[in-house]
Structure formats: structure tokens, C-alpha cells
Design a protein around this ligand. Structure first.
Ligand SMILES: Nc1ncnc2c1ncn2[C@@H]1O[C@H](COP(=O)(O)OP(=O)(O)OP(=O)(O)O)[C@@H](O)[C@H]1O
Ligand SMILES: [Mg+2]
Length: 479
């Protein structure tokens, strides 16, 4: 099998590309089904379009339209692909039948699949029949890719009791670019600027292209002006994106409770009780919104490093944090076209609620993907955690706890305990707190013999930090 080179205009996505090519060119004589999903604007269509250009095949994008309109459009597209003319279909089954007879082998991509299955819940079952060894598509080496962003819908296609369960040989979930790849994608070399930009736009490729028309801040000095002319500017698509994201990803109409939940998380409430408390609801009232947000990958739950069962909620999309922490409060001013005033009002909040926590998350990501040499072995899990300090009647917050792979019957080993601060020079005092946390954890039964204390800072390190403490600055974070 010859490999198919990824076109130069497709940034990154090497692993995803290889998986798609393997799927599309597999020598298996049977028809195969693949699923491609992932949140909006991450580049699903972009990738599949490139694949079809390289390999040939039939591409159809469903849309928000009636069944009659969809069938007519599908008929025209298929006919154009085949030989011209026009096909008229009375129903979906006829359309599928024609699809597989016109394209007995090769790649078929149906993009925005959730639009089709929304009006016709029986479609997956029809497809399953078509894929059946005695079904419509039996004759050839067809590769059918269904793609869509409504994660709830796409997830249900392959769920345990669904007709297509067990039929897919590819289940590709596209994720945002990681923070290092994002910096390369934006062409930003200065790590400080890279963190600032990533804390707003995250790893969604479209936000650099269509959403700000390629406007990249030139330097840290240009950052404030860039914020004012892009994300805080009502004329730029990025400005409304955070609101659209919520409605488009979740299919919800009443967004108030969702914004309330996201707002609570963005202002630092990470536990379920804390969120409920912040918005004045009972913990049981927010169960549904939390699970909808989690299913659509807008929030994620992380277990506290040291307390099993204590979950912390985090917002996965930086733009939403930025919207909830900065934009929503300043909305009136922003709508009236006063971005500079809104921004100067929000600088402090941006630092404490957006960049600060974002920097901690980047440090955890860095630790999770650190090479073996860094912590002595590959981490099993990286999380934030809280250690109770009974003597001082306080709690020690550990931003970056690196745990070794769990070994049954052995005490959990801690590879590293770390403190992360975006805008503070770390000192020996911070190290003392980490040391205290380590001693307390050791009393609790953790194995801390190999624990490396680590300081992560965006502002540098005081010279009083003792030797043996690992220092991770912005340069390390991006190397
Ligand atoms: N790998 C990439 N390299 C370069 N640009 C990319 C890449 N991925 C995405 N983009 C940019 O992001 C834009 C949005 O991507 P695309 O429309 O494919 O997203 P999508 O996941 O299909 O979103 P939706 O679910 O809304 O259809 C592209 O038009 C392109 O400008
Ligand atoms: Mg798309």
C-alpha cells in the first residue's frame, strides 16, 4: 500500500491523516464504515476535503433543509459525480441504493450527517442494512465516512444499542490543536505571546483564519490592541463565536442556565457544589446542564489528584472562559463599540480568571506529555489537587501533581508536586509549601521518595529557590 502524502496546506493532523488514509486505502474486500466527529470549526471538513482531493471520491454535505430538498440535492450531486443528468428519489432507501450502485468502490463522505439523521431517525438502520453482507453495498470496496459535529448525535450512532454499533472500523474524534501546535499554526515564536493568545483562542484552527481574517498580534506590545480589534470587536466573527458555540454544540434553546453554569466555572468554582452554590441552585438542578455540557465536550471533569470522587469541572474551550469572565460583563459597552474601555476594565479579571488558570492547565499538559527523563518515568496521571493541612488549618492547593502509573497493592507514587504562577516570581516560600504538601501526603500513605518539587512560572524564579527544585519557565513550556 503506497502512502498518500498530506497536502502542504493542511497543518498538523499527521496522525489523523494517516488514520484516514489507512481507512480509505485498506485492502479489505468488504465495505467499511468510518465515523469522524469533533466540535465545530476544528477542521473535519477541511481534512476530509483534502482526502477526497487526494484519493478521489464522492463528497456530500447535508444541510438544514427538508427531506425533499435534501433528496433532490443529493440526486443532483450524485448524478453530477456519476455522469450527469439527474436522479429523482422518492425516499432515502432509494437514494442509498443508487449511491452504492453508482459508487461500488472508493470513498464516500457524508458531511454534517446529524442533519440527515435528525429528520430521519431510521437512517442509521437503513445504512446498517446497506452494509449488511447481503445488503445494497455488498458488491464492493466502498469506504463510507460519516462526519458531523453534534457530538451527542455522532456518539449515539455507535452506542451500544444503536444499529451501527460495532460496524465502524474507524472512529476518529478531532480535537483542538495542542498549545504548542497552536503557536506554530499562528506563527508565534514568543512563548509569552503564545500563552496570551492561546488563553483566548485555544487550538481551533478556524479562529486564526476565517474568524479574524489572519490578524495575528505582532508582539506582546501589540496584544492589547489585537484583543480590541478582534475578539472584542462586534464586526469580527470571533466576537459572537462563544455564544454560537454553546447553542450550536448543544442544540439547546434556553441558554440562561448554561451560561450561569459556565460563568460559575469561569469565575473559579470547580466543584459541583461550588457551582450550584454560586448560581443559587440546588446541586441536583445543575445535573442536566452539566451532563449536556460534558457530552458536547465544552466542559470536562477531572478528578482531584488526591481525593477520589472529588471532581473538578473545567471549561475545555478557552474562548468560552474568556467570554464568561470578560465579555459577558462588558457586553453593553462592547455592543456600543467601546472595546478599549471594556478591555481596560477587564485587564485584572483577564489575568486572574483567564490567563492564570489557563497557564496552570498548560503546565499540566506539559507535564502529561513530558519525556521520560523529566520526571524519571512517564506520568500516569496529571491533575490538580488539594491537601488538607490540619496543623495550619488550611488547604494547600497543588497546581500540578504528577502521579506514577498506579500499581495494584502498592502505595501511589508521586513523581512531582508543582506550583504554577503566570505573573509571579516564584520563591523559596512557594517551595516550602510544596514540601509541606509532600510531607502531609507521605503521612497519608503516598510514596514520595522520588517526588520532584517543580516551580512553573511565566515571570521567573527568585535565586533563593534551593537546588534540586525543577524550574519550568516559558521557554521550557514551549520546547
Ligand atoms: N489542519 C488545518 N490546517 C489549516 N487550516 C485548517 C486546518 N483545519 C482547519 N483549518 C481552518 O479552519 C477552518 C474550519 O475548518 P472546517 O470547516 O473544516 O471545520 P469543521 O470541523 O468541519 O467545522 P464544522 O463542524 O463547523 O463544519 C478551515 O476553513 C480552515 O481555514
Ligand atoms: Mg464541517
Amino acid at each position: 500500500m503506497s502512502s498518500v502524502t498530506k497536502p502542504a496546506h493542511v497543518f498538523g493532523r499527521d496522525r489523523e491523516w494517516a488514520g484516514l488514509v489507512r481507512f480509505a486505502t485498506s485492502p479489505s474486500p468488504d465495505i467499511r464504515l468510518g465515523i469522524v466527529s469533533g466540535r465545530r470549526r476544528l477542521g473535519k471538513t477541511y481534512l476530509l476535503d483534502a482526502l477526497i482531493r487526494e484519493l478521489g471520491g464522492f463528497f456530500f454535505a447535508a444541510a438544514d433543509e427538508t427531506e425533499t430538498a435534501a433528496l433532490a440535492r443529493f440526486g443532483r450531486a450524485l448524478a453530477a459525480h456519476a455522469a450527469g443528468g439527474q436522479y429523482a428519489f422518492g425516499n432515502r432507501n432509494e437514494a442509498l441504493k443508487r449511491l452504492f450502485s453508482v459508487i461500488p468502490e472508493g470513498l464516500i463522505v457524508i458531511d454534517e450527517f446529524p442533519y440527515l439523521s435528525r429528520d430521519s431517525p431510521s437512517l442509521p438502520a437503513l445504512i446498517q442494512h446497506a452494509l449488511d453482507p447481503r445488503g445494497l453495498a455488498r458488491q464492493g470496496k466502498t469506504r463510507l465516512l460519516l462526519c458531523g459535529s453534534a457530538l451527542g448525535v455522532m456518539g449515539r450512532i455507535l452506542a451500544g444499542n444503536a444499529p451501527l454499533y460495532g460496524r465502524a472500523s474507524l472512529d476518529l474524534v478531532l480535537r483542538p490543536l495542542d498549545y504548542q501546535a497552536s503557536a506554530r499554526f499562528w506563527g508565534i515564536d514568543d512563548p509569552r505571546l503564545a500563552v496570551l493568545v492561546h488563553s483566548i483562542v485555544g487550538g481551533t484552527p478556524a479562529y486564526r483564519r476565517e474568524f479574524v481574517a489572519g490578524d495575528v498580534p505582532e508582539s506582546v506590545a501589540d496584544f492589547d490592541a489585537w484583543v480590541a480589534r478582534t475578539v472584542l470587536n462586534p464586526e469580527i466573527p470571533l466576537y459572537r463565536e462563544a455564544r454560537y458555540l454553546l447553542t450550536e454544540e448543544t442544540d439547546i434553546r434556553d441558554t440562561a442556565i448554561y451560561h450561569a453554569v459556565l460563568g460559575a466555572i469561569a469565575s473559579g468554582n470547580a466543584t459541583r457544589g461550588g457551582i450550584a452554590n454560586h448560581i443559587g441552585r440546588k446541586s441536583t438542578d445543575i445535573g442536566h446542564p452539566l451532563s449536556v455540557l460534558e457530552d458536547s465536550q465544552l466542559i470536562a471533569r477531572e478528578e482531584d489528584a488526591f481525593r477520589k470522587g472529588r471532581s473538578l469541572y473545567r471549561i475545555c474551550e478557552p474562548l468560552i472562559v474568556f467570554y464568561e469572565a470578560v465579555m459577558r460583563r462588558e457586553w453593553t459597552r462592547l455592543e456600543r463599540g467601546r472595546p478599549e474601555a471594556a478591555w481596560s476594565n477587564s485587564r485584572a479579571t483577564f489575568l486572574s480568571q483567564v490567563v492564570g488558570p489557563h497557564f496552570e492547565a498548560l503546565c499540566r499538559e506539559w507535564a502529561m506529555f513530558a519525556e521520560e527523563e523529566v520526571f524519571g518515568e512517564l506520568p500516569g496521571r496529571v491533575a490538580a489537587g488539594v491537601v488538607a493541612d490540619p496543623r495550619n488549618r488550611t488547604q494547600i492547593q497543588v497546581d500540578v501533581a504528577v502521579l506514577a502509573q498506579e500499581e495494584p497493592g502498592r502505595p501511589q507514587r508521586i513523581l512531582s508536586l508543582g506550583e504554577a504562577k503566570w505573573d509571579k516570581v516564584l520563591t523559596a516560600g512557594h517551595v516550602d509549601r510544596l514540601r509541606r504538601a509532600r510531607d502531609l501526603l507521605s503521612v497519608k500513605g503516598y510514596d514520595t521518595r522520588d517526588t520532584v518539587l517543580t516551580c512553573y512560572s511565566g515571570a521567573g524564579f527568585h535565586e533563593d529557590i534551593p537546588e534540586g527544585v525543577r524550574l519550568v519557565g516559558l521557554k521550557e513550556l514551549y520546547s
